[in-house]
Design a protein around this ligand. Sequence first.
Ligand SMILES: *Cc1c(COP(=O)(O)O)cnc(C)c1O
Length: 381
Amino acid sequence: MADKPYRPATLLVHQGRDRDPATGASTVPIYQASTYHHAGGASAQYDYARSGNPSREQVEEAIALLEGGVRGFAYASGMAAIGSALSLLKSGDHLVASAALYGGSWRFITGVLPQQGITVSLVDTTDTRAVETAITPQTRALFLETPSNPLFQVTDLRAMVAIARQKNLITLLDNTFMTPLMQRPLDLGIDISIHSATKFLGGHSDILAGLVATADTGLGKRLKYFQNAFGAVLSPFDSFLLSRGIKTLKVRLEAAQATAQQLAERLASHPAVARVWFPGLADFPGRALHFSQASGAGAVLSFELQEDAQVARLLNAVELPIIAPSLGGVETILTHCWSMSHAAIPIEDKLRQGISKKLLRISVGLEDIEDLWEDLERGLS
Ligand SMILES: *Cc1c(COP(=O)(O)O)cnc(C)c1O
């Protein structure tokens, strides 16, 4: 079915291999095996599970199809996906990356890459001129995140692709917040789309997983080489859970997005709230650009309270959300970015990025909107 141009909802459910070729079972089994018999000494389709496993290949084919790519790869976490994709860089290379990055990406890019002899410039990628200025003769890649987390700064992907093509750079985009349902970066010319599948794709806060897709056959071969060499592959069991999560992505994300829209509007008019960031709000600054490259606002929003002291009161009062550094689950997740998702980022950098102690992020789940609102309102009053 990989050759037919099915629409996203269909691809989510069928994923390229929706039944077990060996038995016709309705789901691809958890192939819990580390190695494969070499009949007569010859290696057949499968050889050793780090190099290939049917359970993992199902989600790898799924992400390639969903992103409109030719190859997909599954890793043990989003960070393993990011680290493996950035293995494309070598000592002496220079990377330009968005300054507003997920905390773990920030840690990897500023803490690990320099140790490998790769220099890094963090720039405000919403400023196209700043990106051009940061590029040196050694620059080999652009690492982007849009909308950024937690303040939803929007980077112009078409402009980034134009610069990258002119300078012969590899473009990588962390597409975790939008998922391939709402943003298809490979269609816009981005080379590599990366996901923390721990979030919306898995969708149930029960696995860590990372996915990568590319539409470039040459890059696909190199990514395959690094995936096997590095070895941070997704386990058969977690591949099964991820495949199961992906099947319901559309209904989950659309329902959560509708609730997020209403919560954003209600929060924006609540007196205890100073400001709300959500691309679905009519007066959101990056709205037009965001909707020129994405088809939805997503299901995550951020808001800033009027006073520091309100944060502790809210976190103590709410009952429904899990208070944690994650997003994209069926349950609503409330994050204090300062101390959780962005804890790895030094205070000065957080403040420069506009992340204050009064900032909270909500990943909206599938609860009833009125229950969520009553819970939040109690915490805000
Ligand atoms: C969570 C997250 C990551 C890291 O993924 P893990 O699965 O936690 O390793 C990377 N990017 C973004 C945007 C994330 O939200």
